[in-house]
Design a protein around this ligand. Structure first.
Ligand code: NAP
Ligand code: HSE
Length: 429
């Protein structure tokens, strides 16, 4: 039986699980492939570190060339994370004629097209199923099973850490800081949670999904991004009263000759599938002209689910090698669809204002909204402080442009009776 060698770059949360699966399911996996798929060695920073699934010491190395330049390795699996040195190591692996599997969304979002072109030049495959949605197969369905469709929209929850935090805020009334601490204690959120909480991770994933779905390069820097750290538990309560959940959504939509691409907290109807995705789970909703609406749902983080998609990529490549051919998804970024400036995007909005509880205040607010052609759909008023005669006004609008809404917010801040624009959250129906 032919042997296909696998080398790992990284043996952390994901790498350890991948190594465990490759070693402990070797016989079954090899039967599926028709060739022996053999883990050879793994690059780490510290060979003496304790690991959840220890490998024999002779399989560990701190020298990248023991993986990248080894004759007995055909497939290199990059699971270091971050941009560097991972990007250079992938380039070197490809240039040495190795096939590559990676779970690294930052690298695929920023440099995927160039890496795929380099892989094509060298006649090798580069696969990245685990880079979005962890254990959820979504890259391959977009490249293959949905290929006949014109995709019109993607709405997704692609960050498990923030979805866990938002679920805690919604269901237990926790404030953001407390929910974040819990996520950190459970190991979901990093000590520096910025990448997750500010929507950076979700924007990388949206860039990958949108590029594939719309066949156009979508740079992460072109995606409008707002994180979850300013959300207040009050808004979860009011949103719920109005029939909505609050979720960090990654949205890409075709709008004529342009594309909307944005990551931000959004009110989403309680009876929608996305509103009911809780904890570290992820979901990706796709609208295609032939298939209609599809939802891919599953565990969006963690070593085991991620090992499922990483090993699946390894097996696809191994099957191709065993069959003596290379079936590589074509890179079809042959359209040039610009991302719309956020100010041109139209959506409905949720406002929460702290106002003086006096006659005429609602009239002033609706005058400002009317002047900016923003139509109100619902208004509720809550008493804030009876002694100080202040109230909270929550307003839901019909679709309006971001430009008009921002102009109205600026005007509100100049109204003497409006003390504060406390929240402004977009609505995605
Ligand atoms: P991790 O636990 O931090 O593991 C990183 C591994 O890389 C460690 O084994 C570390 O070695 C090694 N490493 C880092 N820098 C190195 C360097 N300069 N030289 C040699 N070795 C180095 O990361 P992870 O959570 O497994 O994530 C790996 C990748 O999977 C990332 O791209 C991540 O975004 C992606 N991903 C993760 C998840 C998840 O739930 N964790 C889900 C989906 C995708 P030591 O062990 O010796 O320190
Ligand atoms: N930090 C990511 C998340 C891990 O919370 O979703 C999976 O990519």
């Amino acid at each position: 039986m032919r042997e296909i060698g696998v080398g790992l770059l990284g043996l952390g949360v994901v790498g350890s699980e991948v190594a465990h699966v490759l070693l402990h399911r070797a016989t079954r996996l090899s039967e599926q492939v028709g060739a022996a798929v053999t883990l050879r060695r793994a690059l780490v920073r510290d060979v003496s570190k304790e690991r959840s699934h220890p490998l024999p010491p002779e399989m560990l190395t701190t020298n990248p060339d023991d993986v990248l330049a080894a004759d007995d390795i055909d497939i290199v699996v990059e699971l270091l994370g971050g941009e560097q040195p991972a990007l250079d190591l992938i380039r070197r692996a490809v240039s040495n004629g190795k096939h590559v599997v990676t779970a690294n969304k930052e690298i695929i979002a920023k440099a995927g097209y160039r890496l795929l072109s380099l892989a094509a030049q060298h006649g090798v495959d580069l696969r990245y199923e685990a880079s979005v949605g962890s254990g959820i197969p979504i890259i391959s369905p977009l490249q293959q099973d949905l290929a006949a469709n014109e995709i019109s929209a993607i709405r997704a929850i692609v960050n498990g850490t923030t979805n866990y935090i938002l679920s805690k805020m919604a269901h237990e009334g926790l404030d953001y800081a407390t929910a974040l601490r819990q996520a950190q204690d459970l190991g979901y959120a990093e000590p520096d949670p910025t990448n997750d909480t500010e929507g950076i991770d979700a924007a990388y994933k949206l860039a990958i999904l949108a590029s594939l779905a719309f066949h156009t390069p979508v740079r992460p820097s072109a995606i409008y991004r707002q994180g979850i750290s300013a959300l207040n538990p009050k808004d979860f309560t009011y949103a719920n009263e109005l029939g909505y959940a609050v979720k960090l959504l990654a949205i890409a939509k075709r709008q004529g000759e342009a594309l909307e691409a944005r990551v931000h907290p959004a009110l989403t109807p309680l009876d929608s599938q996305l509103a009911n995705v809780d904890g570290v789970y992820n979901a990706v909703q796709i609208e295609g002209d032939l298939v209609g609406t599809l939802v891919f749902f599953g565990r969006g983080a963690g070593g085991q689910p991620t090992s499922s998609t990483v090993v699946a990529d390894v097996l696809t490549i191994a099957r191709n090698i065993a069959n003596g051919g290379l079936i590589r998804p074509r890179i079809e970024l042959n359209r040039r669809i610009p991302v719309m400036p956020m100010l041109d995007v139209e959506t409905s909005y949720y406002f929460r204002l702290a106002v003086a509880d006096q006659p005429g205040v609602l009239a002033q607010i609706s005058r400002v909204l009317g002047e900016h052609r923003i139509s109100i759909s619902t208004v509720i008023q809550k008493e804030l402080d009876p002694a100080a005669q202040t109230a909270i006004i929550v307003i839901m609008t019909h679709p309006a442009s971001e430009r008009s809404v921002q102009a109205a917010v600026t005007e509100f801040t100049h109204l003497p009776l409006v003390q504060e624009v406390s929240a402004l959250i977009r609505v995605e129906r």
